[in-house]
Design a protein around this ligand. Structure first.
Ligand SMILES: [Zn+2]
Length: 123
């Protein structure tokens, strides 16, 4: 499952960085997920909570921020691609809202980043 491997990678990265910073507890993790990653934010959150059990992340709060898709088209259009509801999340077909073609570059919407991690450090 897509979400599971992504959540697993996030957990590993957070644990790694928490350990490097002598954290005794991870309080909060904020993750940015692009609309076009096809990741389900609710599912990611749930999996993160499950995977964080018995780790330094147990009890941490997970904030998921969805980054809307943004394109730059050869017709000159630059911006969003319209409402989220129009996106078929299993088979997204996106086209430029201005010219209707698909000759564009995706600027935003494919990221999956850990934006910040709030930890409690050892005294
Ligand atoms: Zn266009």
């Amino acid at each position: 499952m897509h979400e599971l491997s992504m959540a697993d990678a996030i957990i590993k990265t957070v644990i790694d960085s928490a350990e490097k910073n002598n954290a005794i507890e991870v309080l909060e993790v904020t993750i940015e997920i692009g609309e076009l990653t096809l990741l389900n934010p609710e599912q990611i959150k749930f999996i993160l909570e499950v995977l964080s059990e018995d780790t330094i992340l147990e009890g941490a709060k997970f904030n998921i921020e969805v980054i809307p898709a943004k394109i730059e088209c050869s017709c000159g259009y630059k911006g969003g691609i319209g409402s989220n509801d129009e996106l078929d999340h299993y088979n997204p077909i996106i086209s430029c809202p201005s010219c209707g073609r698909g000759n564009f570059k995706i600027i935003d919407g494919r990221e999956c980043n850990i934006k910040n991690i709030k930890i409690e450090q050892e005294e």
